[in-house]
Write a protein that binds this ligand. Sequence first.
Ligand code: AFP
Length: 338
Amino acid sequence: MKPISLIQFLIEERRAGHINAELTLLIEVVARACKRIAVATNKGAIGGVLGEAGTGNIQGEAQKKLDVISNEILLEANAWGGQLAACASEEMEDPQPIPDMYPKGNHLLLFDPLDGSSNIDVNISVGTIFSVLRCPDGITEPKAEHFLQPGTTQLAAGYVVYGPATVLVLTFGYGTHEFTLDREVGSFTLSRRDIRIPEDTAEFAINMSNQRHWEPPMQRYIGELLAGKDGPRSKDFNMRWVASMVADVHRIITRGGVFFYPLDAKIKSKGGKLRLMYEANPMSLIIEQAGGAATTGRERILELQPTGLHQRVPVFLGSKKEVEVATHYHLEADGARN
Ligand code: AFP
């Protein structure tokens, strides 16, 4: 079969009425920026891109040089594109307006430029996550409040994982599709259409070092998985944790599994570890469009009304049946308490 390039795929999606001309170009611009990030990431130590940038981001986390470089690549590429009213990045406190010298469009772009950045220096997969929203009608200078739309309103969501291969996973709310970067040709090529995540799984991903800080229903759920064949689940489970959400989600997109970053006593006051607008919402749309589920352990993530651009939430996502069991345990415990 003849390979289908990203741009061919986007044109097909436009013909099918799934996206408009502006969104077609916007995704092409984001994909092009991600190719540049892939080049920078691949150079590693010889590109002089490893190590600390000596700055902190809005979350108070130390920034790596590649965090800063990736943020700049995405901002620059998207500023001139003409499809955006504004951008918001996990690395910046406030939304970034489009400079006056460029035309403006009707879309809002949110991104985590380099997720999993503590893995850069050890040569483990990292990635970019992005989400596209419509700019509310009549707003010419969008502020943070205009970005605070529930995940169900996302027009597009995607991630690029910079691993042994550079892979883009994309959804417009009509299925989840995967593209692999053909380095010789320089373009993303469709590698899987309409990905389906198996409903059942025997593999979970969680940072077990936080176990003693989890809430009782999380302790119960993971305890039962660890008990394996001899426990109430009567089945052995395997565990994986890359600590780059893109890599952990990509494994789930490829062979099923569940990913948890639950509430724990250390992060309770912050609301969770992962960011709703830059990580949880785009990943939840991608997962749901592939037949999986995504909750906070209590509510469907995509239906949350955001309260802040940098809001954090607990994340349970992946194979539907396991997300349902873990969510059920939390709701049951809440019910017993009330
Ligand atoms: P960094 O970008 O700071 O490395 O954080 C990565 C991340 O947001 C997400 O990609 C991982 O799943 C999660 O944090 C890892 O968290 P732990 O280091 O607490 O395991």
